[in-house]
Design a binder for this molecule. Structure first.
Ligand SMILES: [Zn+2]
Ligand SMILES: [Zn+2]
Length: 206
């Protein structure tokens, strides 16, 4: 097969999520199973929850040589840390995602109808698992992670976690000055303001 000398491999084979497929060969049908730990890259997640950078991701993969390239399938398991979207309590969890991607050979002419941007390409014998892993993890994460399914959130009156407060906790006798302030600020409810200020504080801490 001709070498593409115009675009030498840019992937760094020492990067933990870059796989070298040389041992697999390019004969369709050959198969290899690989299992290895890799440190998580930066920003693997969304705002409220994600895989901490450097945390160990366990990859359990099957590489298959097919006509157009190398088919990678398997799973990745990683620890998660985040905070509850309702009460901001820290969350620790773990996540297992399925991975499946066809990495086309650099010089293969794949399906002409396929969008070139959509195709994962190998660089030489190397393939980069990071974009595939990132897509799978981000898709699998809940937009609003919860510390528990029925988390009651924060008290609109004092901002404490309702789960930590005695049952029937209320602020039935609002301070007169507070009531006046609320009038001045117009229709905004106390709940919204409490929520927002709590979130802003957290952001600034980082
Ligand atoms: Zn919660
Ligand atoms: Zn309260």
């Amino acid at each position: 097969m001709p070498e593409n000398r115009n675009s030498p491999p840019r992937l760094d084979p020492r990067k933990p999520l870059v796989l070298d497929t040389r041992e697999l060969g390019r004969r369709p049908g050959s198969m290899r199973e690989v299992r290895f730990p890799a440190p998580a890259p930066e920003h693997l997640g969304i705002d409220l929850i994600g895989v901490p950078p450097g945390a160990e991701i366990e990859l359990d993969l099957r590489l298959e040589s097919v006509m157009e390239g190398v088919l990678v399938s398997g799973t990745a398991t990683a620890p998660l840390v985040g905070e509850c979207g309702r009460c901001l309590e820290p969350i620790r969890d773990s996540l297992t995602v399925d991975l499946q991607e066809l990495f086309a050979y650099p010089d293969s002419s794949t399906d002409a109808t396929a969008d070139e941007d959509e195709i994962a390409r190998m660089e030489g014998d190397l393939l980069d698992l990071e974009p595939v892993l990132r897509d799978a993890v981000v898709l699998a994460l809940p937009l609003t992670p919860l510390c528990r399914e029925d988390c009651p959130g924060l008290c609109a009156g004092c901002g404490e976690r309702l789960a930590d407060l005695p049952e029937g906790h209320t602020h039935d006798a609002p301070d007169a000055r507070w009531a006046g302030l609320q009038g001045l600020l117009g229709g905004t409810t106390g709940t919204e303001r409490t929520d927002r200020s709590a979130r802003t504080e957290r952001t600034e801490e980082k």
